[in-house]
Design a protein. Sequence first.
Length: 464
Amino acid sequence: MKLVLIGGGGVRAPEFTRGVLAFAADLDLQELWLMDITAERLALISPLCEKISQSAGMTFHLHTTTQLDEALRDADFIVTSIRVGFEQGRVLDERIALRHNVLGQETTGAGGFAMAMRSIPALLEIAERAAVLTPRAWLFNFTNPAGLVTQALRDTGFPRVVGICDSANTAQQAIAHWLNCRPDSVKTEVFGLNHLSWTRRALVNGRDVLPELLANPDFIQHTHLRFFGAEFIQRLRLFPNEYLFYFYLRDVALARILAEKQTRGEEIQQLSEQLFAQLRACPPEQRWREYEAYAQRRHATYMAYAENAATQSTVGTRYIASAPTSNPEIPATAQPDETGGYAGVALNTALALAQDRPLRIGLNVPNNGAINGLSPTDVVEVTCLVDGQGIHPISIGDIPEDPYLLVRAVKRYEQLAVQAIIHRNRALAVDALAAHPLIGSYHLARLLINDYIEAHRPYIADWS
């Protein structure tokens, strides 16, 4: 088997490689390819991936390339994790939105649209080449905004594309951690859209444990549910994705972000620049230590502005086995059922497809009747059953009215956004942002679109 990571010079590549090691034998992996358009980043990151692989007795060949066709040719599975415009693009997305007093988070609202403007054309190019060079390959898209990008790829005729996101399975991971059981022993039911989803049930030995957990203040305090507060969660009676913080507490989120000296994008840009500078300067034997320090800092500050004095906790917002290790010299290799993050989602799904090993997991796929009231072609985030025959969303049926109305509104935005970006149509882009619940104004949408087109012109070509 040949596995390809597009964006192999990115800072997540070492953790992805660590995840690959847990699955290499079962997948009969022969080749792992790291592809990136930036040769220098690839040259700095790939030795870290080699260190991980060698420490675990690598049984596959690790290749690096800056040539897309070379990476894609005869691949079995492709994972896309790219950032068009690099960290500076994210900084611009956030600052432009904040200048207009709206949220600029990279996957939500105005910032999400700006990132999609750059991501979708790049992913279309990758998918088109994959269709020529390896038409039977599955493409797992982790490039943000993952759901919107996947919708665009599906709408333009690429049926073997799946959107992956570790946050789709956060409830399962959090409940398993709390109950001290294996994640696959918790059967969750997830519904919604990427970064706009809820978990309504969690079966353990056939019993739904979610109601009692949502009524437990300690459980709420030790998960990202603390962002919302116990009173709200107990009224909601669902386990919300952490990104719903931007919708349910929009004014709080905006005020806290505006109060920060740095946006999250600026913080990540600074951390990344420091990492690459240190990797250039330090001797090879110290590079893994520098990478682990970077990963620890990044992990510790994730959604830090969602915290306040009443909800502070030493427990991380996600329970992922791929969190940084305590030993900077010997990278640990997780077991397949312990591998978290987007690597765990992609590799578990690949294994289920390749080896016909039934799997239950949250993915971004066409609705196909899973959620009532949505089109069959609408890409949704939903619990799926995966086996050698393919990916099958479970039947969710009706969902509560308030989540349903929010999902419908954001899906309408996504439908308009895909058409606007594919056709580079400014008027459709204004319609899209005006339809988004976090914008809701044609005047504001027009200002935002004009600013984003001007700021990102080098990456998005001409818009009519």
